[in-house]
Design a protein around this ligand. Structure first.
Ligand code: HEM
Length: 247
């Protein structure tokens, strides 16, 4: 199989595992955790895992590998840079609503905030992501961004981007584990250790988040799946450059 064939196969697996994560987290909360509402109760909290997995994991991961899709190489890179930035902003917005859901429920039910390792790792992921987006805007998007800055920042941007995904994965695994322990332990026969259906389902979701992230890291690490003509002037030029100054 050629390089394109193996890319599309890996990309197909990546997209389908991401979508399956999304379906599974919705199903888990609908089937076993009481469904969804926005009323300050546990049902509002259920939006937290759904929105965090949708935004920080799936949308973020797919936006990160966007430039690797050969179908887009014949189009102007500027369009793809804007789409990349737009999808990342949408991911950040979903994460902000997901965090609000958790903080709001904690405050209405008088549950302490930011005590767990999960919340610390998760907050590090979101804060790093927000800074990453702002730095990306300053380095690659604004008309005043210097091409030299763009070239210098690119390596750091790619590296920080992968660090955010790593932190997100750690937050997803610890969050799923924490939710299963809170929900199942102390409820007699359905204790986590007796592996009821919900625990098996949640563990499988956790494994699938690892599969999805591994596929994203795999796609990003393959040098011959990069968009050709990297390191040209177009590569480093600010996205919103005025027409007359575009290389
Ligand atoms: C990138 C993904 C995630 C991030 C950034 C994240 C972040 C956070 C933060 C900052 C809190 C603290 C809220 C507060 O103190 O009021 C929290 C709470 C919580 N999250 Fe997540 N979360 C993520 C994914 C998940 C997932 C997938 C689950 C799975 C069910 C989950 C379950 C929980 C639970 C049970 C709490 C309440 C207990 C605690 O504060 O640790 N989270 N999360």
């Amino acid at each position: 199989m050629g390089s394109r064939g193996s890319f599309y196969m890996t990309y197909g697996l990546c997209v389908s595992s991401g979508l399956t994560c999304l379906i599974m987290v919705v199903f888990w909360n609908w089937r076993w955790r009481g469904g969804f509402a926005w009323d300050g109760t546990e049902a509002q909290f259920n939006w937290h895992p759904v929105l965090m997995i949708a935004g920080m994991l799936v949308l973020y991961g797919l936006a990160a590998v966007l430039f690797r899709v050969p179908w887009g190489w014949s189009h102007e890179k500027r369009t793809w840079k804007l789409l990349h930035a737009g999808l990342m902003l949408a991911a950040l917005a979903l994460a902000a609503v997901g965090l609000h859901a958790a903080f709001h429920v904690h405050s209405t039910l008088n549950i302490p905030s930011m005590f767990s390792l999960h919340s610390w790792v998760g907050m590090s992921a979101v804060v790093t992501f927000a800074w990453q987006w702002i730095l990306g805007l300053l380095s690659f998007l604004l008309p005043c961004s210097a091409p030299l800055l763009g070239r210098y920042m690119k390596g750091l941007h790619v590296w920080t981007g992968q660090a955010v995904l790593m932190l997100t994965l750690a937050a997803c695994i610890s969050g799923i584990n924490e939710q299963l322990s809170f929900a199942l332990d102390g409820v007699g026969a359905s204790a986590y250790s007796s592996l009821p259906a919900e625990a098996i389902f949640g563990n499988m979701l956790g494994i699938l988040t690892v599969v999805f992230s591994t596929l994203v890291f795999g796609i990003l690490s393959k040098a011959n799946w990069r968009r050709p003509a990297a390191n040209t002037n177009e590569e480093a030029a600010p996205i919103l450059l005025r027409e007359e100054t575009r290389p």
